[in-house]
Design a protein around this ligand. Structure first.
Ligand code: SF4
Length: 503
């Protein structure tokens, strides 16, 4: 049996890093980890090809070769997934779909070209589908309300990935989150019970990546990496520290909650293990909003001090913010700009409040008659599927101004320096590679010769060289990221946004 594992095209988003990837000569940020894990669960006598439309086209030869098309995706990939399903179906392939895009009935109804939906966690729903397929009695939909034991989850099939196309490789250690943020779909998809792989599984996955020649950042894609700090301190981080010894060029990043700021021992261990960046859902600085969205872990805190503490310990903080809560008034935009500038958070992903189907927020706003349209799936494209209390027009106008202020070169570079003043990086265990030197030359040309950061970028490089030489690689990366963020947000700077899910 021949099967295509197809990952649909993603539009340009904050996280696609499209503009930054061009400067480092890569086509996509990271390979589709879910599909690679599914690949490891398929019968060993199946021949597989990965077709990630973000790095290559699907050819007629692919379609002629294959019997099955296994399609995964997120909501933001909906349009491309519809095209893929139609093309595979008309080529005579059996189309099988799974992943977050297909989680809701409304979405499934759009996909008439899909023969089988294999939903929820594939460790539980793929085996019965394959058994039924073997017996010739397969159903249209396979789903479960149970959650998988990750100690039985196989390692992703990294051998299917073209090693030159991606900027990073991901690892998943745990799934599930005990928290209850009202807008979050993670708990709806993966549950509240925190489940994890064995440390030996994670180390084996890292060994595979290292043996395949990967050198660079490995993001832990877990939605709440520090949900069980005790386990990290006792088991995972000591193992990572030991594994990384003598392995130059390897580092990690993770998504954590603000509770990390309370645990200096955990931060210290993460830094020793090679973590350089953490992403935190800050969402809002307003206590009433935090109560409204049940973000209990961020309440009654001095958020700025917490961020600085983490930065000083040697971790760069990236963060997500939301505007459009019921309590927000037009003053929120200025207050949020000031907060982010003071925080030194260069990578600040600000989006409008959105309500993914199935979340507690969706249910509440649906009861109130405040769900307007479909979700675009891009949480920072200026769209929302809800009726905001502030009024959509005011919200979008204020949002555009906020983005313009945050990502104007002058403010962005000022923020990077604010961060670098706090940041105390450990000595890097990396060596400079020819491709990194090339990236610096390319970025210098694009940002300082033809771009708008003519003075800011060289100024940052000189300032960092003399004041924070150890942070120079981070300064270069942040300048390149800043270029992408500005290019990505520029269409939203001044106009009301139009299109699906938009005003
Ligand atoms: S902490 Fe993060 S993953 Fe957990 S419920 Fe809140 S937003 Fe979702």
């Amino acid at each position: 049996m021949n099967a295509l594992l197809i990952y649909p095209k993603s539009p340009e988003t904050f996280w696609s890093l499209t503009h930054a990837l061009r400067l480092i000569n890569r086509k996509a940020a990271s390979p589709p980890l879910g599909l690679l894990t599914v690949a490891a669960m398929l019968p060993s006598d199946w021949d597989l090809r990965l077709v990630d439309l973000n790095v290559r086209d699907m050819t007629d030869e692919d379609l002629a070769w294959a019997d099955y098309a296994l399609l995964s995706g997120m909501i933001v990939q909906r349009d491309s997934a519809l095209d893929v399903a139609a093309r595979c179906k008309s080529a005579g392939l059996t189309v099988v779909a799974g992943g977050p895009l297909f989680a809701s009935e409304d979405e499934r109804a759009r996909f008439g070209d899909v023969d089988h939906f294999v939903l929820n966690e594939a460790e539980l729903t793929l085996p019965p589908f394959l058994e039924d397929l073997e017996r010739g009695v397969s159903h249209r939909t396979y789903r479960t309300d149970q959650f998988a034991d990750l100690t039985t989850s196989p390692a992703p099939r990294w051998d299917l990935v073209d090693p030159h196309e991606y900027a990073s490789r991901g690892v998943q250690f745990s799934r599930g989150c005990p928290n209850n943020c009202e807008f979050c779909e993670v708990t709806q998809l993966l549950g509240h019970r925190w489940r994890r792989k064995a440390v030996s599984q994670v180390i084996a996955e890292l060994d595979t990546l290292y043996d395949l020649g990967w050198r660079g950042v490995v993001p832990f894609v877990d939605d709440n990496f520090n949900a069980r700090g005790e386990y990290l301190r006792r088991e995972l981080l000591p193992a990572l520290i030991e594994w990384r010894e003598g392995k130059r060029g390897m580092g990690f990043s993770a998504q954590v909650t603000m509770e990390l700021a309370d645990d200096t021992e955990l931060i210290e261990l993460m830094v020793r293990a090679g973590f350089g960046t953490v992403f935190i859902g800050i969402e809002t600085m307003d206590e009433v909003n935090l109560a409204e969205c049940h973000k209990r872990q961020n309440r009654h805190r001095d958020l700025l001090s917490d961020i600085k503490r983490i930065q000083r310990a040697g971790l760069q903080v990236q963060a997500g913010f939301i505007v459009g809560f019921d309590n927000d008034t037009p003053s929120v935009f200025q207050r949020m700009t000031e907060f982010i500038q003071k925080s030194g958070i260069a990578t600040a992903m600000v989006g409008l409040l959105q309500a993914p189907v199935g979340t507690a927020l969706y249910k509440r706003l649906n009861r109130e008659g405040r769900i307007r349209v479909d979700l675009s799936g891009d949480n920072s494209d200026g769209s929302t599927n809800i009726v905001p209390r502030m009024g959509l027009e005011s919200l979008q106008a204020g949002y555009g101004n906020l983005l313009r202020d945050l990502y104007a070169p002058k403010n962005y570079y000022r923020r990077v320096r604010t961060f670098l003043r706090e940041y105390r990086p450990r000595r890097a265990n990396t060596r400079i590679t020819p491709s990194q030197i090339l990236a610096v030359i390319r970025s210098f040309y694009h940002l300082s010769v033809v771009g708008r950061e003519r003075w800011e970028y060289p100024g940052l490089l000189f300032w960092t060289l003399f004041r924070r030489p150890r942070a120079l690689p981070v300064a270069v990366v942040l300048a390149i990221y800043g270029y992408h963020y500005r290019m990505c947000f520029e269409p939203l700077f001044s106009a009301r946004v139009s299109g699906p899910g938009r005003a």
